[in-house]
Design a protein. Structure first.
Length: 311
């Protein structure tokens, strides 16, 4: 019998992938990526997708089977419903313990607690909304649904349009509809939920360090993607790549782009922390000093905690 899945969640740059890989090796498990941007092929650097190899139609990272990463062309759309459908099939067919690792909280919430009862996409409305600029759409969202605007980055055109679509079709703010089901706990009977809880300032330093390391390679990655797909490809509508494209178009200096990405990434991490604070039965792995992020020790904590919970 396959044990219930593990979840390893946390904000960006918190070390989720490294911890998940170590745990997978220890328990002979496999990983499902819960990241709405690591899905794209060719955007590996800016999305911090782990390096791996494709073999027999499966993606492997350090010998571990790693699902839902590095598989989708940049111009293809992927949403929470697609994630849930694919993850459900993976879990159904699993022969080994699964570890859900990532920071896209909506994917986790919807998969383990069910989808919100929201109106379906309306192509006529979307066509009308698409005639407006990003700034105009975000301004409208702030007016109609300020709670959603607080949690959705201005540059995430897909999520801004979806929130507006829900609000306009239902006559109610999208945030209020999602709150009806969004506060559900992920029960221990469904998955063991661990959260890497970094000290805010330490995490900000990690974000800055990582952004500086990936900045130039990410610009080159964006350059190659533009040659094939053009800048309207939905995968390029991602934090970091939007600024990289502005650099390539001489609309933003490298220094300004770097500083902007760091600020936006820190803001994104803040929104992730806010999201995960909703859960009461989450098991927090507190990182107050750099030395606390000791992967073998954290793996053992996860295993010990799971034994205590399961009895």
């Amino acid at each position: 019998m396959i044990p219930r899945p593990f979840i390893i969640a946390g904000p960006t740059a918190s070390g989720k992938t490294d911890l998940a890989l170590a745990l997978a090796k220890k328990i002979d498990g496999e990983i499902i990526s819960v990241d709405s941007r690591q899905i794209y092929k060719g955007l590996n650097i800016g999305t911090a997708c782990p390096k791996g190899i494709w073999q027999d139609n499966n993606f492997y990272v350090e010998g571990i089977k790693y699902y839902l990463a590095d598989f989708l062309p940049i111009d293809k759309k992927f949403d929470v419903s697609a994630f849930s459908d694919k993850a459900q099939k993976i879990e159904k067919d699993a022969k080994k313990p699964l570890i859900f690792a990532g920071g896209t909280g909506l994917y986790l919430q919807s998969y383990f607690c069910g989808m919100d009862n929201l109106p379906p996409a309306d192509e006529t409305l979307r066509k009308k909304l698409s005639q407006k600029t990003k700034a105009e759409l975000y301004s409208e969202l702030k007016k109609l649904d300020p709670e959603s605007a607080k949690t959705i980055p201005e540059g995430n055109l897909h999520r801004v349009m979806r929130a507006l679509e829900i609000t306009l079709l239902s006559g109610k703010p999208a945030s209020s509809l999602r709150k009806q089901t969004g506060a559900k706990e992920i029960p221990f009977e469904r998955a063991l939920f661990f959260y890497i809880n970094w000290d805010k300032e330490l995490l900000n330093k990690r974000i800055e360090k990582r952004t500086k390391q990936i900045f130039e390679p990410m610009i080159e990655e964006a350059r190659e993607a533009l040659k094939v797909f053009g800048k309207t490809a939905c995968g390029l509508n991602t934090l970091g790549y939007a600024q990289a494209i502005q650099v390539l178009e001489d609309k933003l200096s490298r220094q300004d782009a770097l500083e902007k990405i760091i600020i936006l990434t820190r803001q994104y991490a803040k929104r992730q922390r806010t999201w995960f604070r909703r859960y009461k039965n989450i098991i927090s792995l507190d990182i107050k000093e750099e030395s606390d992020f000791n992967i073998p020790v954290l793996c053992q904590k996860i295993i010990d905690a799971s034994k205590t919970i399961l009895g």
